[in-house]
Write a protein that binds this ligand. Structure first.
Ligand SMILES: CN1c2c(nc(N)[nH]c2=O)NC[C@@H]1CNc1ccc(C(=O)N[C@@H](CCC(=O)N[C@@H](CCC(=O)N[C@@H](CCC(=O)O)C(=O)O)C(=O)O)C(=O)O)cc1
Ligand SMILES: N[C@@H](CCS)C(=O)O
Ligand SMILES: [Zn+2]
Length: 769
């Protein structure tokens, strides 16, 4: 029989209970015991949802209090010494690695480990950070074993999920000042996997899911070569270990077919057939004679209802070749990237809600597809008919065919992508207008989103206060942040984004062609969640979206005010995009809407405009090739189309909050932004060398401190950082700013950090005068 399986379930809970519990714990408002109890309750609830839906293979160890890669860091003892010094309880050490810990009264001050994008998703993982003489040590009560037993006690035999040894190492890095190439530590790490697998088997686990998602990348030979010895060793455990399903997702693995050849001893291989349905035949051909295919046909990354007919056809193709006992119906990836359930959505338009499927619904979809294949379509006729009807309605909906939007796209010319003059002419005009000092200081846009702001917005959304009352409140917030920026003596001000719930959702809510949810939360990192808006049709801007707040802020500010927009690619990437038209079309529609906004801001007297594109890099197809080249063209074009409508004297900024910009330098340069701010504080300043090597002529503000942690950087630390940057960048190019927006921070640490930042900038201003 074909079995049904889920690769992972969202952790936060139907009402973000996990977020609330962890944040309460951090604020000393919940005991450790109660936090752990809440985790246990959530796990049980999620297993039950899957069991009740009839899923055969239910995951465990997919739950994490902060991040599953961080779980493995602690599981294998990859804990840099600085986190061992303060005798922290395991859970506190875990959070210290995830988010840093500063307790001056106890002499504790450790920054967080680096956190980066999980493949091309909006989820972030904590990077394993290794030492040259790395010693691995399996934790005394390994989490995967504990959670397997917990599920078993609740009457559910699960398939534990582990991140595989090759991916764990390849996704890691050497600690600062260390030079280890993580993959060389494989031999030392493998015995811990062996031990863990034996413990899982002894606890009763018959199957284990080992994720090796790096197989979707173009791999260096040494990483590719690591698979064979790793899985031979693990495979040699035979019956002493559970049977292994090796899972890949977010891409195809055909280019690594030679690796698959060495994995034929494993029980099953999982592939993502939503992203790359065309890999099915080749992967089947590469399987060993006994091997099972886990067919990922229900999308773990988007919210569209599965097309049952197509999914069933793919599974049937596999069944014809392999037989029912060697095929598993599965989600394409973990459902971590989808919201919990549609049941909470009370305000979605009836037309569009019928097109969506969140995690709980996707679990049912997997079960239905398996049933259709096992028992024939008649067994699920009603569900299949309803699904076909919904697919048809979406394809024929007016929302997906708006003539005015299509006409405007037809009329886009090449010239619309270019500023009037090149940078030297522009910057001269901008300098005259803005009159900024050397090493200008600015922030990235948002200031702390205080509890009070959220409460007021919540009241407004619920109709408990009027639009005027809310508007007054926002104006007062803007006044306050302007006053604070004056006191801090920053050079280019921002209005603080108090009116925005999120930098993407806010725009989604103001654009036609979008739907947005009440409770569609998805984990972004740690306890932080986002509610991605959903692109349901052709996009256009019915009215200005940000002009009122920016104009007001500019009118009461003595310094230049920076208008703040989210770029077309980031809007697209951090939304749930349509899957019925190419993303380049959606990006161009967004670009045209933003172009109007940029021009309207300029008309309103806002002469510095930042268009954030932090997701530009994340959208890059994971492998080199035509798809990547094409992406770079349409992604860069969409930014240029959005920003090129302004005069020379209007300064366009863009912001990128990730550090791996090396391989992406040309795209960033091609945006032709006058000023770039880039996350950089946790990376080696050496990375900035690319700007020198490529003779980058425009202005740059590499972040001087990390904003993800409440830790306050000292003035000296920031000065050291700036001095490092000046080894690579010219003084007249350099802007001083934090890594990213400050919305997640509290005011106390924000003021302290920015005071140190401004003082450090002033020090260099005097030095270089
Ligand atoms: C910059 N980043 C972003 C990414 N993706 C985005 N879509 N947005 C981003 O900013 N990706 C990369 C990075 C890092 N990621 C994040 C992600 C999320 C946050 C964050 O602070 N999230 C908040 C939620 C923000 C939000 O939408 N707030 C709403 C609703 C707030 C809320 O929970 N309201 C309560 C009631 C009010 C109360 O009592 O507090 C409720 O509904 O129950 C709003 O402000 O109106 C989070 O808390 O997780 C940061 C960086
Ligand atoms: N302007 C946004 C950018 C975040 S990437 C902010 O400051 O929050
Ligand atoms: Zn950012």
């Amino acid at each position: 029989m074909v079995q049904s399986s889920i690769l992972g379930f969202p952790r936060m809970g139907a009402n973000r209970e996990l977020k609330k519990a962890t944040e309460a714990y951090w604020a000393d408002k919940l005991s450790q015991e109660d936090l752990l109890k809440e985790g246990k309750r959530l796990r049980a609830e999620h297993w039950k949802i899957q069991k009740d839906a009839g899923i055969d293979i239910i995951p465990s160890n997919d739950f994490a209090y902060y991040d599953h890669v961080l779980d493995h860091i602690q599981l294998f003892g990859v804990i840099p010494e600085r986190y061992n010094k303060n005798n922290l309880a395991p859970i506190d050490q875990y959070f210290a690695m995830g988010r840093g810990l500063q307790k001056p009264d106890q002499g504790i001050d450790v920054p967080a480990l680096e956190m980066v994008k999980w493949f091309d998703s909006n989820y972030h993982y904590v990077k394993p950070t290794l030492q040259d003489n790395q010693v691995f040590k399996l934790s005394e009560s390994p989490k995967p074993v504990v959670e397997f037993k917990e599920a078993k006690e609740a009457g559910i035999t699960t398939r534990p999920v582990l991140l595989g040894p090759v991916s764990f190492l390849a996704l890691g890095k050497a600690d600062r000042g260390q030079s280890i190439d993580p993959i060389t530590a494989l031999d030392k790490l493998l015995p811990l996997y062996e031990d863990l697998l034996k413990q899982l088997k002894a606890a009763g686990a018959e199957h284990v899911q080992i994720d090796e998602p790096i197989l979707v990348f173009d791999l260096e030979e040494k990483v590719k070569d690591a698979f064979k010895p790793a899985y031979e060793k693990i495979g040699a455990l035979g019956d002493a270990a559970p049977k292994i399903t090796l899972a890949t997702y977010f891409g195809d693995i055909v280019h690594n077919k030679d690796v698959l050849k060495n994995l034929q001893g494993l029980h099953a291989i999982h592939v993502d057939l939503v992203r790359n349905p065309e890999q099915l035949e080749e992967v089947i051909g590469a399987l060993g004679p006994q091997q099972t295919l886990s067919a990922g046909v229900v999308d773990g990354r988007n919210i569209w209802k599965v097309n049952m007919q197509k999914a069933i056809e793919a599974v049937e193709t596999a069944v014809q070749k392999l037989g029912k006992d060697r095929v598993i119906v599965a989600t394409s990836s973990s459902l971590l990237h989808t919201p919990h359930s549609l049941d909470a959505e009370k305000k979605l338009d009836a037309e569009v809600i019928d097109w969506f499927s969140f995690a709980v619904q996707k679990v049912s979809e997997v079960a239905i597809i398996a049933k259709a294949v096992n028992e024939g379509p008649a067994a699920v006729r009603e569900q299949l008919d309803a699904n076909a009807k919904s697919q048809k309605a979406r394809a024929e909906s007016k929302r997906t065919n708006v003539a005015e939007v299509k006409d405007r796209q037809q009329k886009v010319t090449e010239q619309m992508h270019n500023r009037k003059d090149p940078f030297p002419t522009r910057i001269a005009e901008q300098e005259k207008r803005l009159n900024l000092p050397k090493f200008p200081t600015t922030t990235i846009g948002s200031f702390p989103q205080t509890k009070e702001i959220r409460i007021q917005r919540n009241k407004f959304v619920k109709g408990e206060i009027t639009a005027e009352e809310y508007e007054k409140f926002i104006e007062k917030e803007i006044q306050d942040v302007i006053k604070i920026q004056e006191e801090l003596d920053l050079d280019v001000f921002v209005h603080g984004e108090p009116e925005r719930n999120d930098m993407v959702q806010y725009f989604g809510e103001r654009l036609d062609g979008y739907a947005f949810t009440q409770n569609g939360w998805v984990q972004s990192y740690g306890s932080r969640c986002v509610r991605p808006p959903i692109v349901v049709g052709d996009i256009s801007r019915p009215a200005p979206m940000t002009v009122k707040e920016s104009k007001y802020a500019a009118s009461i500010s003595k310094r230049p005010m920076k208008g703040m927009l989210t770029g077309p690619i980031t809007c697209l990437r951090w939304s749930f995009p349509r899957n019925d038209v190419h993303q380049s079309i959606q990006a161009q529609q967004l670009a045209l809407a933003l172009r109007d906004e940029v021009v309207d801001l300029e008309k309103a007297g806002v002469y510095v405009i930042q268009v954030d594109e932090p997701a530009l890099r994340e959208g890059l197809p994971l492998r080199a090739g035509k798809e990547r080249t094409d992406y770079l063209k349409w992604a860069v074009d969409s930014f240029r189309l959005a920003t090129a409508g302004v005069e020379n004297g209007t300064q366009i900024h863009s912001h990128f909050c990730y550090s791996e910009f090396q391989d992406f330098f040309y795209a960033i340069a091609a945006l032709d932004a006058d000023v770039l701010s880039i996350e950089n504080s946790k990376s080696d300043a050496k990375l900035l060398k690319v700007f020198v090597d490529e003779a980058y002529p425009r202005h740059i503000g590499p972040g001087v401190y990390d904003i993800h942690s409440p830790r306050v950087p000292s003035e000296q630390e920031i000065k050291d950082r700036i001095a490092e940057m000046l080894q690579y960048l010219k003084p007249e190019q350099l802007w001083i700013d934090p890594d990213c927006g400050l919305k997640t921070r509290g005011w106390k640490e924000t003021k302290a950090a920015l005071t140190n930042m401004v003082n450090a900038a002033k020090y260099f201003r005097e030095q270089k005068a």
